[in-house]
Design a protein around this ligand. Structure first.
Ligand SMILES: Nc1nc2c(ncn2[C@@H]2O[C@H](COP(=O)(O)OP(=O)(O)O)[C@@H](O)[C@H]2O)c(=O)[nH]1
Ligand SMILES: [Mg+2]
Length: 273
C-alpha cells in the first residue's frame, strides 16, 4: 500500500502558476484559490468537452482557479489535447504520470502540485455535473471543511446503474459506516466529486492506491464539518469505465487499514496502557 502526504503549501510544477490571477469576485476573499483535479485514463473523447464545460461554469463564480489534469500516460492522446488547451489558457495544466495507476494517487499528485487553498476533484466523463461546482465552492466558503457531491443525500441519485452495481455501492457504503466519526459521518463517503480545505489534510498520511480517497480523508483528515450537496450521477459521455476488480481490492485494502487503525491498534494500546 502506498501512502502520501500533502504539505500546507506547494510550489506549483512547471512554473505555470506564477501568473497573476484575476480579481476575486465580491464575497470571495482574495487569497482563496481553487485547484480542481481531473484524473484521466484514456479520456481523449471527453477531455476537451469537460474542460470547456468546467471553465464556463467556474468563470462566472469569480474565484481564482486552476484545473490540473493528471493523466496516467494515456495512449489515446488525452495529454496532447490537454496540452493544446493549456497553450491557450494557463489555468489549465497537465501532469503526466508514468508507470502508475489509480485515481487517489493521481489526485494527491495534483494537489501536491498546487498552492491552492481549496482542493477539489471530479471525473472527466461528465458523470459529475460541472453545474454543481459553484455550490461546492459556496459550501467551503461558508465554513465547511469538506463539501461532497452526494449521490445518497436527499435529492441525489445513482442514475441508471444496474441493480448489481447499486448493491455493490450500497455494500461499500455499509462497510464504511463503522470507521467514520459519527459527528461528520457522510451519506456518500465513496463519492469521487468533492472539495476540501487544504489545511485539513496538511501532512496527513493518505492511501494513494485505488479510487476511494474521500473515505480516507473523512477518517484520517482533520475534518470538522461536512456539507453534502445532492446530484444525480450522470451517464458516461464517451468511452468506457476503468473501474475494475483491482479497484474493489484497493477499497478492501483501504477499509482494512482504517478498521485496524480504529479498532485494532488503538484499542490494544488503550487496553495495554
Ligand atoms: N489518472 C488516472 N485516472 C483514472 C484512472 N482510472 C480512472 N481514472 C479517471 O477517473 C475518473 C473516473 O473513472 P471511471 O472509469 O469513469 O470510473 P467509474 O465512474 O467508477 O466507472 C475518470 O476521469 C477516469 O478517466 C487511473 O488509473 N489513473
Ligand atoms: Mg465514470
Amino acid at each position: 500500500m502506498s501512502i502520501t502526504t500533502i504539505n500546507s503549501s506547494c510550489t506549483p510544477a512547471g512554473g505555470t502558476a506564477s501568473r497573476s490571477w484575476p480579481q476575486a469576485a465580491k464575497g470571495v476573499s482574495a487569497p482563496e484559490k481553487l485547484a480542481l483535479i481531473i484524473p484521466t485514463l484514456r479520456e481523449a473523447e471527453n477531455i476537451r468537452g469537460i474542460l470547456d464545460h468546467v471553465r464556463s461554469v467556474l468563470d462566472p463564480v469569480g474565484i481564482p482557479y486552476e484545473i490540473l489534469v493528471v493523466d496516467d500516460d494515456s495512449p489515446d492522446g488525452t495529454g496532447d489535447i490537454v496540452s493544446a488547451v493549456a497553450l491557450d489558457d494557463p489555468r489549465v495544466r497537465l501532469i503526466v504520470r508514468k508507470g502508475e495507476k489509480g485515481v487517489a494517487g493521481a489526485t494527491l499528485l495534483g494537489w501536491r502540485n498546487t498552492d491552492a487553498t481549496i482542493l477539489g476533484v471530479m471525473d472527466a466523463d461528465l458523470q459529475h455535473p460541472p453545474e454543481l461546482l459553484p455550490a461546492l465552492i459556496s459550501a467551503i466558503l461558508a465554513g465547511h471543511d469538506l463539501a461532497i457531491g452526494s449521490r445518497y443525500a436527499a435529492g441525489g441519485s445513482l442514475g441508471d446503474w444496474n441493480p448489481a452495481r447499486k448493491l455493490l455501492s450500497a455494500a461499500a457504503l455499509w462497510a464504511a459506516i463503522p470507521v467514520q466519526r459519527k459527528r461528520i459521518r457522510a451519506k456518500d463517503p465513496t463519492s469521487g466529486f468533492f472539495m476540501l480545505r487544504r489545511e485539513c489534510i496538511h501532512q496527513v498520511r493518505l492511501q494513494s492506491s485505488g479510487f476511494k480517497l474521500l473515505l480516507d480523508i473523512l477518517v484520517r483528515g482533520r475534518i470538522r464539518s461536512v456539507a453534502e450537496i445532492p446530484f444525480a450521477f450522470g451517464q458516461r459521455h464517451r468511452g468506457a469505465s476503468k473501474a475494475t476488480f483491482e479497484v474493489a481490492c484497493d477499497y478492501a485494502s483501504l477499509l482494512a487499514s482504517l478498521y485496524w487503525e480504529r479498532f485494532g491498534f488503538h484499542r490494544r494500546a488503550h487496553s495495554s496502557g
